[in-house]
Design a protein around this ligand. Structure first.
Ligand SMILES: [Mg+2]
Length: 370
């Protein structure tokens, strides 16, 4: 006789919701007016769970048309077996991009399901190394007028979040003025760390020149100064950046080999990874181990409600990106979305799984037909 929970995955539902931004948003290489959340809900043993990704609605169709049939009938306790089966099934579709985001939504729903079946929080299931994860406020879009930029970044500092990130690179000639305005709004480096993210907008030499200029405003984090595909370029900028300025990248990583290549190249001071892209919590945990093996820190990219639990379970995690666009959507669509306290997110161990419940009625108006 086996002990423990005996529950097969009975059902996997999926929906996509497109939510307009509260103001036009842009970074150095992209502009957008809405964000799509793909929500997967798994059912087993009378329990319903939730997982999600920020992805195109094509991701939801892939879950409905393929991944559901792969995981239904499997043991809800054996999340790695479902993960391996999904990765096996998509071989001919290509691993990066939409496919990995689809696996991510399902994988996170399965971790949530297992924790709910055990009636424990996800961080308790994973095993915590800390009770809360430091966050940084992230937004500062290049589409924002200076006043809005200052209000947003200054608001996070006033709310007790001592780290903020702004976008740069849409108009390189404006960047120094915007960085100066941001520093004016948030106060000195002793009370407010200032991060910048170019989303790969600069050339190598342009990035080096900007790095020197940003140092005058105590910028300590320069994310994707050049394309994250240019590993050699990232390495050059990392080697030559002013003292105290770290280079970060990794948000477009979908599989473990990607992160290994980035680390092998010595491309970053801090690795970034996104569990809603890199095939879920299962693979995010492995990225944490890769960082351990290099004595490098890991920073979680966006999706704060998804990352709070795994970030409290990984020693290598430094902080989590409290992204304006996503934290807004997560509070709109989920009961249980975490609010920052003292510049950190603290998972509620009294709630099972991620601690999230979809506000079905509120979400309905944003639903996208599949
Ligand atoms: Mg970024």
């Amino acid at each position: 006789m086996t002990r423990g929970i005996d529950a097969r995955i009975e059902k996997l539902d999926v929906a996509a919701y497109a939510i307009p931004t509260d103001f036009p948003e842009a970074d150095g290489t992209l502009a957008w007016n809405s964000t799509t959340m793909v929500v997967a809900e798994a059912t087993a043993g009378g329990v319903r769970s939730i997982g999600y990704s920020y992805a195109d609605s094509a991701t939801a169709r892939l879950i409905r048309d393929l991944l559901a049939s792969i995981v239904i009938g499997r043991d809800a306790m054996d999340v790695p077996a479902s993960w391996e089966a999904m990765v096996h099934a998509i071989r001919n579709l290509g691993r990066p991009g939409i496919v990995s985001m689809a696996i991510a939504a399902v994988d996170s729903a399965l971790w949530d399901l297992k924790a709910r079946l055990l009636d424990i929080s996800l961080v308790t299931l994973l095993g915590a190394v800390r009770e809360s994860v430091p966050i940084y406020g992230s937004g500062g879009f290049t589409s924002y007028p200076i006043a809005r930029l200052q209000e947003q970044l200054g608001g996070w500092i006033a709310a007790g979040i001592p780290r903020v990130k702004m976008k740069i690179g849409s108009h390189p000639s404006d960047d120094i003025d915007r960085v100066r305005a941001a520093r004016d709004a948030i106060g000195p480096v002793s009370q407010a760390a200032l991060f910048v993210d170019a989303n790969g907008a600069y050339s190598r030499k342009q990035a080096l020149a900007q790095a020197e200029a940003f140092a005058a405003y105590d910028v300590t984090w320069f994310e994707e100064p050049v394309s994250s595909d240019d590993l050699e370029g990232l390495r050059v900028i990392r080697d030559r950046a002013p003292n105290g300025m770290e280079i970060a990248a990794g948000e477009y990583g979908y599989d473990l080999w990607y992160f290994r290549r980035m680390l092998d190249a010595g491309a970053v001071d801090v690795l970034q990874a996104d569990a809603s892209r890199c095939a879920g919590i299962s693979n995010f945990l492995r990225v944490g181990a890769l960082c351990d093996a290099r004595s490098l820190a890991l920073s979680a990219h966006t999706a704060p409600s998804l990352h709070a639990h795994p970030c409290c379970a990984l020693a290598s995690v430094r902080h989590l990106e409290y992204f304006h666009d996503h934290e807004r959507i997560e509070h709109m669509l989920f009961d249980g979305a975490l609010a920052p306290i003292g510049g950190a997110l603290r998972p509620d161990r009294a709630r099972p799984g991620f601690g999230l419940e979809l506000k079905q009625q509120d979400a309905e108006r944003w639903r996208v037909p599949l």
